[in-house]
Design a protein around this ligand. Structure first.
Ligand code: SF4
Length: 334
């Protein structure tokens, strides 16, 4: 992986942030594109947030991009564009938790600090036969302590990366490859034939299922898009106006659109629906299409718009940052 061949703290930081909740194969092209456009802290800090979000579009969890941008500006102003080299200082940067701080400090600066992500947790719990629930804070605390006690004085970054890679490629969640594992003779779970039952994790409650309607309106001015307010889901991103409705019909969606924008538009239901999975909820979108002949600027009723701060006709959708969901809806409507 390209980020395993560098000691540049900026590149390591970028890769670790992108890899949160995202697969390696998805991250790789984004990582290269991002580094090409923003090769260092200075260029990222100087860029407008909109441009950063546009480059991030499709990678999901947009809060990461905003924190990255804010942290770059913090490093630029507080450390004169030089990435801090101590774990404690790195941990103070926006959006950086103990895992990312540990990865940057140990790999880029050879500081003797541990990392603990899902992969390392799996290796440690199996190796030491820890059967406590890894979702519990006290179990995490114990695992951090164990991870810290194992990091060697020499090459702590190599050790941490080896632990992460072992978890990602050999000690995998399903069907760990114990027969080719370098820790096989030391591993208590393997000895007890319990590797498939460990780590123990509480089963989460079922995620709520929310039904929504998204409206795709085209006009001579382009498509009608609304921008999400700061502070909530998909903040600052543009999308087709959407409403939460348990049983959306053309008439009910049309009247919600009228209240939001003052536009009376005849809508037609699209055959397809789109399901989008977020960490804590599952969203099912029914699509409605319509046409407007107006050349006037789009208006938004702020009393109704609880999660939008503006609405506009957008001629070229490529010019605004959007979520992957909006890309999906746009592709389907075409
Ligand atoms: S022996 Fe098996 S369970 Fe133990 S650390 Fe290696 S891959 Fe994981």
């Amino acid at each position: 992986m390209p980020w395993r061949n560098t000691t540049d703290p900026y590149a390591i930081w970028l890769s670790e942030v992108m890899l949160q909740q995202t697969q390696v194969s998805t991250v790789e092209p984004y990582y290269h594109r991002f580094l090409q456009r923003f090769p260092d802290i200075e260029s990222l800090a100087a860029a407008p947030l909109e441009e950063v979000l546009k480059l991030w579009a499709g990678l999901g969890y947009y809060r990461r991009a905003k924190s990255l941008h804010r942290a770059a500006q913090f490093v630029a102003s507080t450390y004169h564009h030089v990435f801090p080299c101590k774990y404690d200082d790195i941990l103070q940067l926006p959006g950086i938790g103990p895992y990312t701080a540990g990865a940057i400090a140990s790999i880029a600066f050879r500081e003797i600090v541990p990392v603990l992500d899902g992969n390392v947790m799996r290796v440690l719990t199996r190796l030491l036969l820890i059967q406590d629930d890894i979702a519990k804070p006290q179990t995490r605390k114990l695992l951090w302590k164990i991870a810290g006690s194992l990091v060697p004085n020499q090459d702590p970054g190599d050790f941490n990366q080896a632990m992460m890679e072992l978890g990602a490629t050999v000690c995998t969640p399903i069907n760990p490859r114990c027969e080719s594992c370098p820790l096989e003779t030391l591993c208590a779970a393997r000895r007890e034939h319990l590797q498939h039952q460990i780590p123990v994790k509480q089963i989460k409650a079922a995620t709520p299922h929310i039904k929504l309607a998204a409206v795709i309106i085209s006009s001579p001015q382009g498509h009608l898009l609304a921008r999400r307010k700061p502070g909530g889901l998909w903040e600052h991103l543009w999308e087709f106006p959407a409403f939460e409705l348990p049983r959306p019909t053309a008439a009910s969606v049309s009247s919600r659109l009228l209240a939001l924008t003052g536009m009376r538009i005849k809508l037609k239901r699209h055959d397809a629906t789109i399901t989008h999975q977020l960490t804590h909820r599952r969203m099912e979108y029914t699509l409605f299409m319509g046409q407007s002949m107006t050349k006037a600027a789009a208006q938004i009723n702020m009393k109704i718009a609880s999660y939008y701060d503006t609405i506009r006709w957008i001629t070229d959708m490529k010019t605004v940052p959007k979520s992957r969901l909006t890309e999906k809806i746009s592709a389907l409507s075409r």
